[in-house]
Design a protein around this ligand. Structure first.
Ligand SMILES: Nc1nc2c(ncn2[C@@H]2O[C@H](COP(=O)(O)OP(=O)(O)OP(=O)(O)O)[C@@H](O)[C@H]2O)c(=O)[nH]1
Length: 916
């Protein structure tokens, strides 16, 4: 459904939901709570109405602040540049040191050392890591110093602003004094002058001001009779400005009456003027008081108040932060009037928690087309919709959230930890060989034979420091983990073969690394090969934003040969350098948590999972939950197959003792109480089972006949979606003519347009089959239908649908030719190629598209063309298939009207034998 919720719109305008609701009420836009859905038209209206206000708010940013902002930005930029320069210098120095060290070692050994790269600058005296450490230390000190200076500057600016404000108030008073007193001759200026000497305080001047004002009023009163006498018959009233203006021209007024009126009018205006003055004075007084209070706020009381406010703000900020980290709307978490509803609550539970009549809930559900009983559970959307309908605020709480913890470690608890690295690159560029070479370099000779086990990750050691490598190379596993929320990699090593250069998967790996915001260290591999051209690799990579440091970029490059094991230690050192830049830290003194990176069922040992510790220390005997599985850790095994007592941050370790096999990417966490662990795992399992069970219940055309035979089915509910209304009418007519003695056909819902998630929900709730004519499932409706086992039948002609339903009624439904969907590609760009036509730059979002597939072009849920593929390419090469997650170019035979946003759905016609 299009539209926007109130809290989303509020966020757009940087307002609280409450503020937005008030604005909406002012604009007469119907919205009951933060979760109310606003239609596009209302959203548009609100945006239009609020635009000037937002502009005005923005305009309030004083020029001084704008200036300060610009200054801050300039400072930040300079600081960043300085840091970057220092870092680069450090790296250069390290490099130089390493080169020198290697050269020295080669000389000592009397070997004919082959320096891989060109000679670098002289090495400094200190060891590489010492110098880097000092560098980092200096850097930190400088940052701290700058912070303190910035703070002092800000404080000085604030005080200056206060003083300026005070001066402005006094200035305003002085000016006001001058203007009001100008028409009054004689003494007034004399009185005002000493009062407004700059040495006097704002209050003194104000008091004097008030006195002067009183005297002026008295004088005016005394002057009044005199003025009246001066203008006995003069309609225009000579000197009296007010009288002159008020006496209307051309209207004859009796002189006495006019005099009388003049007095009254003058009195009234004088009174109003006094009132206005008083109001002004009060306002200025209040401002002055505030200014003085602000200026003297270092007094104890003010300080205490400020501290309290600060504490409250911090508490609020923390709660907000926690909510955001949990992916929740902070306004909902902080709002006391929000009722928390557990996910999957039944109608009865929902009513009870809100304190409303269950019947009322059922009625409202019914109005939404959702027929639910008291004991049926409500989806998250329904909970929100019904609550909104009732004008109540709710928040759906998932079981995970109930147990969700947000870790806050203080700076003092954080200790340096080893980096976790994933190797990526194009097929055959040497990822596996490089990992092998690394494993052999990074282990002590005596232990080399000890690597007998593959546990999904390995740890290597260089110069007494450790690096963890994830064993599954390639970006598929990396992205699959990331899709599940498991971000475990700190550094990506991009392997590029020096004889092959940048290839499609190299680019994809770069994109995945960028998407995950993980730095790339480039390993230019196979430099031993005759055709190797490392500089070409450097050149090619610049096109994709991977630029060598020596060219002013951010990426470190190392030339290696996995096969000949050349410069592998160089690569490891570079990874450590990159890790130093990242300042990786974790708190080891806490209950462990992290992610499952591999899991399987071992015949002898039962469920085994390799986990990567991200925080804390995991010990044998700990109770853990990993996905839907839980258990007490019976044993911990490190990558060398050794049983260990504990595992620390960045350690990969196998755990034994789980109740079942978790999935890679599952989060794992230690629980203090075994009961809590079991409860969470059980609840997760239950939910999975319920989802599977729920999915079973729905109607399908295939089992219609058996249901009729069993006497279970007397109704066949249909939801009909079509590209034009005519198809719906034609189908309705056809059904009416059908024999409905055994089973009655009901069209519970029909509409023009693609098959949406709401259609699927409705079908699931009313046990209906969805029939689509020239339309397709849109968005996530296809996956939802699969999950909920809702039968969707798609047809191009009406008689096919009628035939199918007729056949199903008598149990003959087994079409001899069926369509099988193969994959879906989304059109992201289009190109015109001379003599070929339009080519769509696509991304395969589901399944696999094959060159010989038949295809449907679907636009806005409607099939607009059905045909075959003319060309299928990946980066200039013709290919047979393209899998999910890859980009490709697709040309369609006899169809040029491809547009961005279209979906190309591949399918095959399969012959299926009739069962009857
Ligand atoms: N000459 C030479 N050959 C290498 C080097 N590194 C790897 N190879 C060879 O390149 C081929 C591919 O190496 P792999 O390590 O399997 O490459 P990969 O990237 O893991 O390949 P996939 O697992 O298929 O993605 C093998 O035949 C290796 O022997 C190297 O440094 N020099």
């Amino acid at each position: 459904m299009a539209g926007m919720r109130v809290h989303e719109l509020a966020k757009e305008f940087n307002m609280s939901s409450k503020e937005m609701l008030d604005k909406l009420h002012e604009m007469k836009v119907p919205a009951k709570s933060h979760a109310s859905m606003l239609t596009d038209a209302y959203v548009e209206k609100v945006r239009k109405n609020l635009a000037p206000e937002i502009k005005q708010r923005a305009g309030k940013l004083e020029s001084e602040e704008a200036h300060k902002l610009a200054q801050d930005q300039a400072e930040a930029k300079a600081k960043k540049e300085e840091e970057e320069r220092a870092r680069r210098e450090a790296v250069e120095q390290e490099r130089a040191a390493r080169e020198a060290e290697r050269a020295r070692r080669a000389e000592q050994d009397g070997e004919d050392g082959k320096p891989a790269s060109k000679p670098k600058k002289l090495a400094p005296h200190a060891s590489p890591y010492e110098s880097l450490a000092t560098q980092i230390e200096n850097e930190k000190e400088r940052v701290a110093r700058e912070k303190a200076e910035a703070k002092a500057r800000a404080r000085a600016a604030a005080i200056a602003k206060e003083v300026a404000k005070k001066q402005a108030v006094e200035e305003a008073l002085r000016n006001r004094g001058k203007t009001t007193k100008a028409p009054v001759p004689a003494k007034a200026p004399k009185k005002a002058a000493p009062v407004l000497t700059p040495r006097k305080s704002g209050f003194d001047s104000l008091l004097a001001q008030i006195d002067a004002e009183k005297q002026r009023m008295d004088r005016q009163k005394q002057a009044k009779p005199a003025q009246q006498q001066q203008q006995p018959g003069g309609r225009r009233g000579g000197k009296s400005e007010r009288g002159g203006k008020k006496g209307k021209r051309g209207v004859q007024i009796v002189p006495e009456l006019e005099a009388q009126m003049a007095v009254e009018t003058q009195d009234r205006y004088a009174h109003m003027a006094v009132q206005a003055e008083k109001f002004q004075r009060d306002k200025v007084l209040a401002e002055a008081r505030a200014a003085v209070e602000a200026a003297t706020s270092h007094e104890n009381e003010g300080r205490r108040k400020k501290r309290k406010q600060k504490r409250e703000a911090e508490q609020r900020e923390r709660l907000e932060l926690e909510a955001i980290e949990k992916g929740l709307d902070p306004t909902l978490v902080l709002d006391d009037s929000v009722v928390e509803i557990p996910q999957g609550a039944t109608v009865a539970k929902f009513a009870e928690l809100l304190g409303v009549a269950p019947n009322d809930v059922i009625k409202r559900l019914f109005m939404l087309g959702q027929v639910l009983t008291l004991t049926q559970s409500m989806s998250d959307d329904l909970v929100e919709l019904i609550a909104d309908d009732m004008g109540r605020k709710v928040r759906v709480v998932s079981p995970e959230e109930e147990y969700a913890v947000v870790y806050h470690d203080s700076e003092a608890d954080l200790l340096p930890r080893p980096p976790v690295v994933t190797v990526m690159g194009h097929v055959d560029h040497g990822k596996t060989s490089l990992l092998d070479a690394i494993r052999h370099t990074g282990v002590v000779e005596s232990e080399a034979g000890g690597i007998t086990q593959h546990i999904g990750a390995s740890v290597v050691e260089i110069d007494g420091r450790r690096i963890t490598f994830i064993d599954t190379p390639g970006h598929e596993a990396f992205t699959a983990m990331r899709a599940r929320g498991a971000q475990v990699t700190d550094v990506i090593v991009l392997v590029v073969a020096a004889d092959d250069g940048v290839m499609p998967q190299t680019i994809e790996a770069i994109n995945h690394a960028k998407a995950a915001d993980v730095p790339i260290v480039v390993a230019v591999n196979k430099i031993d090969k005759p055709g190797a051209n490392p500089d070409r690799v450097r050149q090619e990579l610049t096109e994709y934003g991977v630029i060598p440091e020596e060219w002013g970029g951010k990426n470190m490059f190392v030339e290696v040969s996995a096969k000949k094991k050349l410069h592998i230690d160089d690569l490891l050192e570079t990874i450590l350098l990159q890790a130093d830049v990242l300042e990786l830290k974790a708190n080891p003194n806490a209950d462990a948590s992290g992610f499952v990176i591999e899991a399987n069922l071992d015949k002898g040992r039962g469920p085994v999972a390799t986990v990567l510790i991200q925080r804390g220390t995991l010990k044998t005997g700990d109770v853990v939950v990993a996905g839907t599985s839980y258990g007490r850790v019976r044993a911990l095994v490190d990558p060398r197959g050794t049983h260990v007592a504990d595992a620390k941050p960045a350690d990969p370790v196998e755990i034994l003792g789980l109740s079942s096999v978790p999935t890679a990417g599952d989060e794992f966490r230690v629980f203090a109480d075994e009961r809590d662990a079991r409860k969470l795992a059980d609840e997760r399992q239950l939910r999975e089972r319920l989802a599977a069970q729920d999915a079973k219940a729905h109607m399908s055309l295939d089992d219609l006949f058996s249901r009729i035979e069993e006497g279970k089915q007397t109704d066949l509910n249909l939801i009909v979606k079509a590209d034009v209304q005519g198809s719906i009418e034609a189908l309705r007519d056809a059904f009416e003519k059908m024999d409905q003695s055994e089973v009655r056909i009901n069209i519970v819902h029909s509409a023009v347009g693609g098959i949406t998630e709401t259609d699927v929900t409705l079908a699931a709730a009313s046990d209906a089959i969805i029939i689509g004519f020239n339309v397709r499932p849109t968005g996530k409706s296809r996956t939802q239908a699969e999950k909920e086992k809702v039968d969707i039948r798609l047809y191009r002609v009406i008689y096919q649908a009628i035939e199918d339903i007729n056949a199903a009624r008598v149990g003959l439904l087994s079409p001899d030719i069926v369509e099988e969907d193969t994959g879906i590609a989304e059109v992201r760009d289009t190109f015109r190629v001379p003599k070929v036509g339009t080519i769509a730059g696509c991304y395969v979002v589901e399944g696999e598209i094959s060159r010989d597939d038949k295809v449907r072009i679907v636009r806005d849920g409607t099939v607009i063309f059905d045909g075959v593929i003319a060309s299928l390419r990946r980066f200039k090469d013709d290919v047979k298939t393209v899998k999910q997650g890859y980009e490709c170019g697709i040309g369609i035979e006899k169809f040029q009207d491809l547009k961005v946003g279209d979906f190309i759905e591949g399918y095959k016609m399969l012959e299926v034998e009739r069962t009857e």
